[in-house]
Design a protein around this ligand. Sequence first.
Ligand SMILES: NC(=O)c1ccc[n+]([C@@H]2O[C@H](COP(=O)([O-])OP(=O)(O)OC[C@H]3O[C@@H](n4cnc5c(N)ncnc54)[C@H](O)[C@@H]3O)[C@@H](O)[C@H]2O)c1
Length: 346
Amino acid sequence: MKVLLTGAAGFIGCRVSMFLVRDGMEVLGVDSLCDYYDPALKRARLRNAGIDPAADNGALDLEEGRVYHSSRFAGFSFAMTDVRSSRFAELAADFAPDVVIHLAAQPGVRHSTAHPEDCLEMNVMAFMRVLEVCRELKVGRMLYASSSSVYGDYPAQSFRESDQLQTPRSVYAVSKRTNEMLADVYARMYGIKMVGMRFFSVYGPWGRPDMAPIIFTRAIMAGEPISLFNAGQLSRDFTFIDDVAHAVSRIVAIGQLVNPESVHEVINIGHGVPTLVADFVSELEYHLGRKANIRLLPMQPGEMRSTLADNSRLRMQYGYSPPTTLRRGLARLVAWAREYYGVSPD
Ligand SMILES: NC(=O)c1ccc[n+]([C@@H]2O[C@H](COP(=O)([O-])OP(=O)(O)OC[C@H]3O[C@@H](n4cnc5c(N)ncnc54)[C@H](O)[C@@H]3O)[C@@H](O)[C@H]2O)c1
């Protein structure tokens, strides 16, 4: 099976690519390596995945639009390009994918508050372009990243895919909800089978430096203060990166929607265990062997009080229940962070 994956230098996309090739698929990853956060981390993820232009052609850097083959994983190739470029459409046409996985986006709730137009351009217009490429190439299936943020402040304890969605709380949530609606339209109009994956607070090695798990880890290691919004009384369903990658690979491999009548489904990808952010920090302190210097702050605009996945659809339809406990997941994150950020254990 040939999979075209966007956002392949990103936190989730890079790990998903590794799981897909391990599971026997051929993957062409693309990414613009945008500078929302340090592109050096994106390059390091790619190097770890065997995309090393220096080894490939002696050049110091990636050449725009050129396809590089992994030296570590047969079946993985990568090209640096923006999904809105004509080069992306050409690459897609040459590769002729069976499945497209669209993970490229401008993430971050807070970023969407500060830069709403940016968020809509990257998450809605770029999404539209990928849909159009799928339509033009008659791609049979597309999986795309949605988010737990589409639930808004849903009053129930855990979120179900069948819930009547509440008003979105942020521009980012609007962009992800819009993706789901556009996917629905393209599924019905053009028969592209769609799966929208609602990810819940993903954390782990190679994590995003703008997200709380890495911000907290780095600050505690450096003895710097950390800020806890709503005094740490926000609850999140923290989901380990390998469980996410495993789930996505399984959805691709199973290959068809479980309900053959449906052309579009959304699915929660979350651990299904609530953790207060304050407790998350205590667990990190345990792994780092250091106390955090905590500043308690008020609630932020756009922030959800609680997220929790009901993951029974993932379990029943795809036979998968994310197994990694916070304790095990954080041990992996901390081991990686010490190595990557160059801090030796105390
Ligand atoms: N990490 C989470 O907890 C989480 C939770 C819910 C949803 N999501 C969604 O999952 C997806 C992946 O998130 P992530 O955490 O890996 O983020 P990430 O920022 O690490 O990865 C996204 C990648 O997309 C690339 N990109 C952005 N715009 C592009 C464009 N126009 N063309 C080509 N590449 C482009 C970026 O360079 C980046 O490497 C995103 O859609 C995000 O909104 C993530």
